[in-house]
Design a protein around this ligand. Structure first.
Ligand SMILES: Cc1cc2nc3c(=O)[nH]c(=O)nc-3n(C[C@H](O)[C@H](O)[C@H](O)COP(=O)(O)O)c2cc1C
Length: 419
């Protein structure tokens, strides 16, 4: 129920589909399958000579990179001004004669990308709520006004993160600062610079106890006035940020929820395949010695305590259950127990699909597994698949017989006229 890999995390709401994107990938299962195909990797180089690279000893960058990640949940307590100052310090401009130097590159050293912030009231120590411009030479936040955007500027999928965030950070290109030199390349160069600066911000955030989440696109019309943007400005990229709350998840409705209410609420947040079938009330989540969630113990308790789920029935269900239990490393699982509830991730689904193929001869896709994430439903689908396969085989055999008969008749006919 608490999957820890990004692939297993569903998008809570559908964002408007970008122009040109494939509508068939709106379906979370199809999207997962698309990701799992790993189009980003070269699959045509197998067998070529390759040199394994040694791991760099004590690589100082490794720890920085390992600490970077996108955060979408934030604690409500105020961000210390020193932490925010540390975050922005990476973007500082240092005078070097007439020119300036910064911690990230810029085409022609022009640095056309400017940084703006919206800070919520009471969420950053020492800063009133409102809009600010980061002055990279003075390392100060210049106040622009009181107006703050509402959640409507964000796609639905990003609204919970925005709602929890203490501040938003916007990277805005000033075309007049680059177009005279780079013409049509100006926007691309601004986007690249925003990317370099964003990476620096994300690395710095982790070092200063802050979390950021990049936001792919927002409706900037309502932001331009409060930020004092002119027609040379182009909003390139943004982040929401604050004190990261690792355990943050959208809170369920207030008041006690029974299994039906919980299931109904989860259905508003998750695709059907991820909604658990059984619910077990525990006093506290079991933890491992180092304080992490003990998924195995939790799974064992789920099986032992769940409200009388039906045991596995058919032979096929038993064989499927054995494979799934083995891949998920749980002792056993019930026919209605959701695989995701037991900690299944996309990697597990790929393994299960492979084992079903090799051990049961069932051609099953990861998409099928994603949708049929209980033993009962999955075995039903496999049975159906087998029945369809058998029907296709019978049809093909019949077709072959008919074709053979027709061919034989044709030969006889031709033989007759030749004679
Ligand atoms: C150009 C770009 C746009 C992104 N847009 C969003 C977004 O709109 N909402 C979101 O939650 N994450 C967004 N992300 C963050 C990615 O989802 C995230 O980087 C990815 O899942 C990898 O996770 P990690 O950053 O924690 O390693 C975006 C990242 C990039 C580079």
């Amino acid at each position: 129920m608490v999957p820890d890999e990004p692939d297993a995390q569903p998008e809570p709401d559908a964002a408007p589909r970008p122009h040109g994107a494939d509508p068939s990938l709106d379906d979370p299962a199809a999207k997962l399958e698309f990701k799992l195909r790993h189009h980003e990797l070269r699959s045509d180089l197998a067998g070529r000579p390759a040199v394994a690279l040694p791991d760099a000893a004590d690589d100082p960058l490794a720890a920085l990179v390992a600490a970077r990640r996108s955060h979408r949940g934030f604690r409500p307590d105020p961000v210390p001004l020193t932490a925010l100052a540390g975050l922005l310090a990476g973007l500082r401009a240092h005078r070097d004669g007439d020119l300036t130097r910064r911690g990230y590159p810029s085409a022609g050293s022009l640095y056309p990308v400017q940084v703006y912030m919206f800070v919520k009231p009471g969420r950053v120590d020492g800063l009133d709520g409102g809009a600010y411009h980061y002055d990279p030479e003075g390392h100060r936040l210049v106040r622009l006004g009181d107006d703050l955007p509402d959640a409507g500027v964000h796609a639905p999928v990003n609204r919970p993160a925005f709602a929890a965030a203490a501040f938003s950070l916007l990277l805005v290109g000033q075309r007049r600062a680059i177009e005279p030199l780079y013409g049509a390349q100006a926007r691309d160069f601004c986007l690249l610079e925003a990317g370099y600066a964003s990476q620096l911000l994300m690395l710095a955030a982790a070092q200063h106890g802050l979390g950021l989440c990049p936001i792919g696109g927002l409706d900037d019309a309502a932001l331009r006035g409060p930020l004092g943007l002119d027609d040379g400005h182009v909003v390139l990229h943004s982040h929401v940020g604050g004190l990261p709350d690792a355990k943050a998840a959208a809170a369920p409705p207030a008041g006690p929820l029974g299994p039906t209410g919980l299931r109904a609420w989860l259905r508003t947040r998750l695709p059907e395949a991820l909604v658990p079938a059984t619910y077990v009330l525990v006093d506290a989540l079991p933890r491992t010695a180092n304080g992490k969630l003990n998924r195995k113990a939790l799974a064992a308790r789920s099986v032992a305590d769940a409200s009388a789920p039906a045991p596995a029935a058919s032979g096929l269900e038993e064989r499927v259950a054995a494979i799934v239990a083995n891949v998920l490393k749980v002792d056993r699982l019930e026919r209605d127990q959701n695989f995701f509830e037991l900690g299944a991730t996309s990697v597990h689904l790929v393994r299960i699909a492979g084992r079903l193929r090799t051990e049961l001869g069932c051609q099953v896709t990861v998409t099928t597994l994603f949708r049929a994430a209980t033993v009962r439903v999955l075995a039903g689908q496999l049975d159906l698949g087998a029945a369809e396969e058998a029907a296709t085989q019978i049809q093909q055999q019949a077709q072959t017989r008919v074709e053979a008969r027709l061919a034989a008749r044709g030969r006889r006919g031709r033989g007759g006229s030749d004679a």
